[in-house]
Design a protein around this ligand. Structure first.
Ligand code: FCB
Length: 461
């Protein structure tokens, strides 16, 4: 047997992380569902963005993707077979409210009811993310996240979801990585809706902060027994050198990438002392906003894939800091050109753990894409298993050091549409052949299932 078809030796067992530790996988609606226009589904900003020339790798789109809409049973059964007991997925706002607000699509609601009910039937706990980047296009046409009216739109959407699904779903996440959807979508223009510049970014940031807390309050009121969180992208930031300029640049990048959304939610305001340009958010603030930016979340989700090395740069406006790409540093990388650097997850758990207002931390995304090869119907993705194991070791170390981390969700179950990168990066534990939609468990998926099943054979594969 070739060496790489054997899973690497791993000395930890799920119970080493505690009996209440949550083990799961994460997904997002636009990346997996397909069925982009079934029944009365409205278009989202991603449906529109993918049709613009030059936005997505090879002009690809998520119109079909891995067709979770029609294949949810097969995929949930795969989770069950892999002993995965928690499933984090997002709701597509435009599938529920085709016009953003107003008319409700009962077909959209019925789809999510089917998914939730089937999870419960399979003894899998559903975790709903309310917003994973796919704003209804009609709302973008009214300004999207830059328009303060989004508070009202978001309230309508969340209230309905809580009312319709809250009887069975008790785990709720308000936003997925607000830094990424405001930064990539409203500053750099590389994600939907493709807007650029501070004039879009700053109001989008402020409204996302307010919506994050507002969402928490609505959920708490509508489903008092729910456990409510929000998720944050984060990466350890290392200065390129010990020159004071690089150290300052790293501090600024850290404030922007790791602190911008968590601190206002804890009542600390924006990190303006590190990034003075953020003072311009004042223009969009009302007196009551400081108070309304915070919410007492039951947990936060941190999402970590890599670390960033940052150096001073005169050419980058406002920040004077830039990321030194991993390929230039000649380090081990994934297909995304993200450095494989497991200590980053430990550093991020420690960083968030240090905020007194945070009660509970879960890792709601971690995973990797590599060049997967299908040979004789098998995918021997040893590098992915090693990546997951190395990160789990860091999480275990964090627990041993007294840091509170109580869950781990792999990104992701099946290969899917990776935003601007299209289908090239495959992050799944399950391989998808997109023309036939055939699912094949990768070696990493077999390992994860075997690990979660305490070494027992996978349940039905
Ligand atoms: C995260 C996103 C998720 C996925 C992974 C690879 O930033 O939340 O949707 O794209 O990266």
């Amino acid at each position: 047997m070739p060496e790489d078809s054997e899973p690497p030796y791993f000395n930890l067992r799920p119970h080493d992380f505690g009996s209440d530790f949550v083990w799961g996988v994460s997904t997002a609606a636009y990346q997996i569902e397909g069925a982009h226009d079934i029944y009365d589904k409205g278009a989202s900003i991603w449906d529109r963005f993918v049709s613009k020339k030059g936005t997505i790798f090879q002009g690809q789109d998520g119109r079909i993707s891995c067709d979770f809409y029609h294949r949810y049973k097969e995929d949930i059964l795969l989770m069950k077979a892999m002993n995965i007991s928690h499933f984090r997925f997002s709701l597509s706002w435009a599938r529920i409210f085709p016009d953003g607000i107003g008319k409700v699509s009962e077909e959209g609601i019925a789809f999510y009811n089917r998914v939730i009910d089937f999870c419960l039937e399979c003894a899998i706990t559903p975790w709903i993310t309310l917003y994973h980047w796919d704003l209804p296009q009609v709302l973008e046409e009214k300004g999207g996240w830059t328009n303060r009216d989004i508070l009202g739109w978001f309230e309508t959407y969340i209230k309905l979801c809580a009312e319709r699904f809250g009887d069975r779903v008790k785990q709720w996440i308000v936003l997925n990585e607000p830094m990424v959807f405001t930064g990539a979508g409203y500053f750099l223009g590389v994600h939907a809706p493709g807007r650029k510049g501070l004039k879009n970014f700053l109001p989008a940031v402020h409204h996302a902060v307010l919506c994050q807390a507002l969402g928490g309050r609505i959920l708490r009121k509508t489903i008092p027994e729910a456990s409510i969180g929000s998720t944050f992208s984060c990466s350890q930031i290392t200065p390129f050198s010990d020159r004071s300029k690089d150290i300052r640049a790293a501090q600024k990048a850290d404030a922007l990438l790791n602190r911008l959304f968590i601190e206002p939610s804890l009542g600390m305001g924006y990190p303006t002392e590190s990034v003075p340009i953020l003072k311009r958010i004042e223009k969009y603030q009302k007196p009551e906003d400081l108070e309304n930016s915070s919410f007492d979340f039951d947990f936060i989700g941190i999402q970590n894939y890599t670390r960033e090395v940052v150096r001073h740069s005169y050419t980058v406006p406002y920040l004077r800091a830039k990321i030194v790409k991993a390929t230039r540093r000649k380090v081990k990388t994934t297909l995304m050109d993200w450095e494989v650097y497991p200590p980053s997850i430990y550093a991020m758990i420690a960083k968030f753990n240090a905020y007194t207002g945070i009660k509970k931390i879960l890792v709601t995304e971690n995973g990797a894409s590599f060049e997967d090869q299908v040979r004789n119907g098998e995918i021997a993705d040893r590098a992915r298993t090693e990546y997951l194991q190395a990160h789990l070791e860091q999480i275990h170390k964090a627990q041993n050091d007294g840091l509170k981390v109580s869950g781990y969700f792999v990104w992701t179950l099946t290969d899917n549409f990776e935003w601007a990168e299209g289908y090239r990066p495959r992050f799944g534990l399950v391989h998808v052949e997109f023309t036939s939609q055939k699912r094949t468990l990768k070696a990493s998926g077999k390992w994860y299932g075997y690990f979660l099943g305490l070494g027992k054979e996978l349940r039905c594969i």
